[in-house]
Design a protein around this ligand. Structure first.
Ligand SMILES: C[S@@+](CC[C@H](N)C(=O)[O-])C[C@H]1O[C@@H](n2cnc3c(N)ncnc32)[C@H](O)[C@@H]1O
Length: 253
């Protein structure tokens, strides 16, 4: 599969959470500079740049960074000049400057699967926050899994069906919850029809370690930060035990 094809699959798979773009736009108001970690192809970065912020993004995957730069090239010069994609690792980056907001949206923090990795990332965030700056991150809140000691298999179901580069592509997803380990493995299977009627299959696994509020709070504190606000949804409803989303605004201690 070509880079373009892979990047399109990425955009069709990771379409965001309902309301998250508006949430991050609101929470970035008044900020001059914004850094997004695990920025993908710019789903959030580009609306923020269009809203007038200087926006930097870091991502580990060269294919998505390339697609981000392609999307950027289509925008007007003023937006392009304040936006940049960087290939890098959120556990180990150094930009040589500080920013007013750091965002780790859409469960991307859960891709760090140990406390050490989370701390490495949060410590880099702390170093890159300007005075008065804020770190914001969100993920799903797996409250129904709390305290369970079993493993749950979620059977495969179809998630999408549409053309990419003129080929019919079907997307399926299945998952495993490993409750004692707080692990959620999300498996994607894509089938793309070829011209001769055969099909090509590709699979991807997203390995997540989900966190609960006290764990995020403790990691922030260990990295020299504190949670200033918790939300249970992108409409900024208060966080509670049964919220489906957990979003935190953190500041340096
Ligand atoms: C779920 S996608 C989210 C993309 C984007 N933030 C959004 O909200 O649409 C997670 C992204 O994190 C990137 N990623 C995973 N591990 C990373 C790491 N250690 N450092 C930087 N980026 C990483 C992946 O390549 C992917 O683009």
């Amino acid at each position: 599969m070509s880079h373009d094809f892979e990047a399109t699959l990425f955009d069709k798979t990771f379409r965001g959470s309902f309301g998250d773009v508006a949430f991050y736009r609101r929470r970035c108001r008044g900020a001059s500079s914004v850094l997004e970690l695990g920025c993908g192809t710019g789903r959030l970065m580009l609306p923020l740049a269009k809203a007038g912020h200087e926006v930097l993004g870091i991502d580990l995957d060269p294919v998505v960074v390339e697609r981000g730069n392609q999307k950027l090239a289509e925008l007007e010069e003023q937006v392009r000049s304040r936006t940049s994609f960087h290939l890098g690792d959120m556990r180990d980056f150094s930009l040589g400057r500080t920013v007013d907001r750091i965002l780790i949206p859409y469960c991307t923090f859960y891709l760090l699967t140990s406390d050490d990795e989370c701390l490495a990332c949060l410590e880099r965030c702390r170093e890159h926050l300007a005075p008065g700056g804020q770190l914001l991150l969100d993920g799903f809140h797996a409250w129904k899994m709390r305290g369970r000691q079993d493993t749950i298999e979620v059977p495969e179901e179809q998630r999408g069906d549409g053309p990419i580069e003129g080929r019919r592509v079907q997307m399926y997803a299945s998952a495993t919850w490993d409750c004692p380990k707080q692990r959620y493995d999300l498996r994607f299977r894509y089938t793309a029809e070829l011209e001769d009627g055969q099909s090509e299959t590709r699979t991807e696994v997203l390995r997540l370690r989900y966190l609960f509020q006290p764990q995020i709070e403790s990691l922030l504190e260990r990295a020299g930060m504190r949670a200033a606000q918790w939300f249970g949804g992108f409409d900024e409803r208060p966080f509670d035990d049964q919220s489906r989303t957990i979003a935190v605004v953190a500041v340096a201690l």
